[in-house]
Design a protein around this ligand. Structure first.
Ligand code: FAD
Ligand code: SF4
Ligand code: SF4
Length: 376
């Protein structure tokens, strides 16, 4: 199918090109920084944690608009196309299984954000040839992440830990899927997973986009991400940025961002952190990366946060995700423990809370909140 010149009457009908992307997403401060519109044409690029337009394009329909997670989309339709209907829940998307796990290798756990599950699974997938390249987020200068492609399982451990500023993972996927890699895995935030799901289900042209090379989507739970500039400015009032070795967001009752330095942990009240949250995150209703093969977040355990922080909660969504988790069990790569009975319900409630907060502000047509309220 040939791309057409813009028809002004098409405005707002879910189709568009760069002009609509600019008006509806970039100028509206709704860009998540996912990178999906970058490296598919020479006109969009990343500057720090922002996506900018270098040149104007007058195509009426573009892949940039079609795959952006912030342009109109029927999420139920995406779910129907990508997941088994019997697995779908309104609060969490598809759930084939729910697990509490951690990396068996203590060295991985010590370097990781929580239980090292993501690192262990990515390394396993590379070692077993399930993927031959993985796009991860590395730490850049001044806490600005950058997306990195690795092909060696040993290198996965070098990319451990969460960066609370977006990393343009989908831009890096767009770049490497034009190269030699045949089976690519990605670790992504929920908005990035939506962009990839749109690429899989809504091709704009018959030209192969490379999306068929996507073989594994590991999603991260995500409450919000921070503006790089605002975070750096805030942290500079507390410490030297070069001293920061990591960060975490403990459960909500702590109401703090923890910043780790060789001199100890600095706790910053969320009252100070909240103004640094990226604008787009306020209208995001996906807490658990619903459009992934499996999603990983921090665990909750009856022993309390100090014990829980070295474990992960995992939602498995697809057969591919389940096969990988079961392979990890057989190879002894992950340790499993029984999930506390109430964990899944608590996760559903938290996820629903994020959906409700976002419902009135999001472009995405997600009927989950309405359906849950009607049901009960
Ligand atoms: C912005 C952000 C917000 C989050 N919010 C929550 C939350 O509210 N609740 C919750 O339970 N969990 C949240 N997480 C997930 C959590 O911090 C851990 O990533 C998750 O528990 C996995 O732990 P792990 O020990 O298995 O990770 P590790 O084994 O340390 O692996 C972490 C992986 O994440 C990748 N990564 C790091 N930063 C990014 C990024 N910005 N974008 C894409 N990939 C990245 C790394 O490359 C690495 O592969 C968030 C993560 C991010 C990046
Ligand atoms: S595709 Fe991603 S990076 Fe591009 S405008 Fe949309 S949200 Fe921003
Ligand atoms: S809160 Fe939503 S929009 Fe913001 S980084 Fe997380 S997934 Fe993306």
């Amino acid at each position: 199918m040939q791309q057409q010149r813009r028809d002004p009457t098409e405005k707002g009908n879910g189709r568009g090109g760069q002009k609509e992307l600019e008006e509806q997403v970039l100028k509206a401060a709704l860009c998540t920084g996912c990178g999906a519109c970058v490296n598919i044409c020479p006109y969009q690029t990343i500057h720090h944690d922002r996506t900018v337009t270098l040149h104007a394009c007058d195509l009426a329909q573009g892949r940039c608009y079609a795959c952006c997670p912030q342009t109109p989309v029927d999420l139920d339709d995406l779910r129907r196309k990508l997941y088994e209907e019997r697995d779908c829940t309104p609060e969490l998307g598809a759930v084939k299984g729910f697990f509490i796990v951690r990396a068996a290798d203590e060295g991985v756990r010590q370097r990781a954000q929580h239980g090292g599950t993501v690192t262990a699974l990515v390394a396993l997938a590379l070692r077993e040839g399930l993927i031959d390249a993985a796009v991860l987020a590395g730490e850049g200068e001044g806490l600005l992440p950058h997306s990195v492609t690795i092909t060696d399982a040993e290198d996965a451990a070098m990319m451990c830990k969460s960066r609370f500023v977006v990393s343009p993972t989908v831009a890096e996927f767009n770049r490497i899927c034009q190269g030699d890699a045949a089976k690519i895995g990605v670790v992504v935030t929920p908005c990035q997973a939506v962009a990839l799901a749109k690429m899989r289900t809504q091709p704009v042209s018959e030209v192969e986009s490379g999306i068929e090379k996507l073989h594994l989507v590991v999603g991260l739970f995500c409450g919000w991400a921070l503006s790089w500039q605002k975070l750096a400015t805030l942290l500079k009032t507390k410490t030297d940025l070069a001293q920061v070795t990591g960060m975490d967001i403990p459960p909500s009752r702590y109401h703090a961002l923890e910043v780790y330095t060789p001199g100890g942990t600095i706790r910053i009240s969320l009252d100070e952190v909240n103004p640094c949250v990226r604008e787009a995150c306020h209208s995001c209703g996906d807490m658990t990366a619903e459009f992934s093969d499996l999603s990983v977040g921090s665990a909750r355990l009856p022993e309390g946060w100090e014990a829980a922080r070295s474990w992960n909660q995992v939602i498995v969504r697809t057969k591919r995700g389940m096969d990988l988790l079961e392979l990890a069990r057989r190879r002894g790569v992950l340790e499993f423990r029984d999930p506390p009975a109430e964990n899944l319900e608590k996760l559903k409630a938290a996820s629903l809370g994020k959906k409700k907060a976002a419902a009135s502000r999001s472009y995405a047509q997600d009927d989950s909140v309405e359906r849950i309220e009607q049901a009960g």
